[in-house]
Design a protein around this ligand. Structure first.
Ligand SMILES: O=C1O[C@H](COP(=O)(O)O)[C@@H](O)[C@H](O)[C@H]1O
Length: 236
């Protein structure tokens, strides 16, 4: 039986530092049990803050970064190095400073990758790469409209089958994106929904009261954590 836990902290800075601390411990524990840790990163403002905090966290010295697999929950389908790519943001905030094994950094393909601007082929390539992967923790930001990854409310992408899919007309730019499906998200051991700020209060309240938004369907096999600041939790 999966449990859902809601944790509220005073503000976005404290949220970022506490999520970073949780993430470090989760990785250390996963490595103790499995030898490796599988982490799914998210894009968005609070995610960048979390990664920045992890960079400066003393406990992160206990992580063997060469045995961490990094994945992404979604990606804006743009050229590699584009500042709007979630990968670029994560590299700048943290990854470039870590002794990672490049073979374990599983960025979603870019438009200048082997499939060019064919987002369907790029999504299929990523699906093949993640087949059989273990996700110890999968982090998600929550959009003002209740989207997670690039799964937008009312969008046909929600009904797509498979593990990774392309979407061509996202309401939030850029329109072409690659995203894990809800089925894949729900295969993670723990799902963490991380949200800060008053713009997130409405969707968080809707989701926690049983409303039908994409974020409401993002649940971990063992645990689902809502990690919120007071502003994001204000209307629940
Ligand atoms: O476009 C995206 O937005 C969401 C939420 O971002 P935020 O800045 O409002 O926190 C993010 O979770 C997703 O990964 C990203 O592609």
């Amino acid at each position: 039986m999966s449990e859902t836990v809601v944790v509220v902290v005073p503000d976005a800075d404290i949220l970022a530092s506490t999520v970073a601390a949780r993430l470090a411990i989760r990785i250390i524990d996963a490595q103790a049990v499995h030898g490796t840790a599988g982490v799914v990163l998210t894009g968005g403002r609070v995610a960048a803050k979390v990664l920045g905090q992890l960079r400066d966290l003393p406990a992160a010295a206990a992580i063997d970064w060469s045995r961490v697999d990094l994945w992404w929950g979604d990606e804006r389908f743009l050229p590699s190095g584009d500042p709007d790519r979630n990968e670029t943001q994560a590299r700048a905030a943290l990854l470039d400073a870590l002794p990672l094994d490049p073979a374990r950094v599983h960025a979603m393909p870019a438009t200048d990758g082997p499939d060019g601007d064919d987002a369907d082929a790029a999504a299929a390539r990523y699906a093949a790469e993640l087949a059989g992967a273990r996700f110890d923790v999968l982090m998600l930001g929550v959009g003002e409209d209740g989207h997670v990854a690039s799964l937008f409310p009312g969008h046909p992408v929600l009904g797509r089958e498979g593990t990774v899919v392309a979407t061509y007309d996202s309401p939030k730019p850029p329109p072409t994106r690659i995203t894990l499906t809800l089925a894949t998200i729900r295969g993670a051991d723990e799902v963490w929904l991380v949200a800060a700020g008053p713009d997130k209060a409405e969707p968080i309240a809707t989701v926690l009261s049983g409303g039908d938004l994409p974020a409401a369907h993002a649940q971990g096999v063992r645990r689902t954590l809502f990690l919120l600041d007071e502003a994001a939790a204000a209307k629940r």
